[in-house]
Design a protein around this ligand. Sequence first.
Ligand SMILES: Cc1ncc(COP(=O)(O)O)c(C=O)c1O
Length: 398
Amino acid sequence: MSVLAIDGGRPAHPGPWPQWPPAPAPDQRALLEEVVASGAWGSTSGPLCDRFANRFAAAHGVEHGVALTNGTLALFVALQAAGIGPGDEVVVPGYTFIACATSVLLAGATPVIADVDPDHLHLSGETLEAAVGERTRAVMVVHLAGSPAPMRELTEVAAREGLVVVEDAAQAHGARYRDAPVGSLGDMGTFSFQSSKAMTAGEGGLVVSRDRELADRAWSLCNVGRERGGAWYHHATVGWNLRMTEFQAALLLPWLDRLDDEIAARERFARAFARSLDDAGVGAAVLPDPEGTTRSSHHLLMVDLGDDVDRSWAAAALAAEGVPVDLGYPALGSVEAVARHARVLPTPGLGARAERTVWLRQPMLMAAEDDAAQAGEAFARVLGDRRATGVSLQSRSR
Ligand SMILES: Cc1ncc(COP(=O)(O)O)c(C=O)c1O
């Protein structure tokens, strides 16, 4: 058995991982320079934000798209466009980024923090149903880690209970469920282009919908309450300036042409990594995608470390092997700042899985299959060491 890197041995993956975002490609640089030279830097004078929003929406199976500042406000705008506000409840999954709850609070509504399915950490039909109360008006379905949520069972419950469905696809550009793109499966879909995302302009967001009226309302909310095609100082409703800039659109528009290739690269990494974990037989496994997944966009790889693993020690030992992992989200209901404004439900499904799970982040997944095999080797070495389970075994016998 080789010496672990944490004990001074050679790391399983000694080299660097790909940087993210990648250096801008020639088409992105050219378009950025065009924007700079044109002086049309904002979307009130330039064409790129609209062009990008329309092409992005079409690539996600719907007609309408509105580009805006970020994914958090995209969620807020989607909720407001659907008429969600004070007195309403919105179900959000207990395992997700905090913006899912804070966007609901910004809309003046109450988040209901629901349990998730321990198999894949998404909301399920069962956990959604259990969260619905008298005042529940909407569900925010999160396509976590690039993996589509189980939409068939979720939309069945939503239809039965009369809920608006907002798909948070901040982590799932280009993912597909039963052959349909995410963003086209609910009433509205939202995306993020923040630095860590699969397409990024540093920041940015987008709302998509097949419903013209919802999209027009979203546009108005992002454009100080104006109406599309209306007078400059006619404000039909209360709205804000939440517009994306033309610089952001110049980076994002050409990216659409390589999204498929980048997802395919991450898919190859994910397969090679999963294979090497299976071969090692150390009890760790990549969390499965929900049934019905046609294509995960592999934003993150969520890995279950197995029974009784000391996750902190394993993460430190993996980092020493050159394979840094992330411990992932805290349970959303445990975040005091939002919990005091939310209805927090028990989350046994989440408890059964989240604390034994680690993430490999997207930049790593852009590496080659050999790198994936080395990452798998690192997991095998670390989890094969008795210290990986030693601490929790001791604490159990106390
Ligand atoms: C699931 C999820 N929802 C919403 C957001 C918010 O997006 P943004 O950071 O662009 O506001 C993020 C990412 O940051 C996210 O991962």
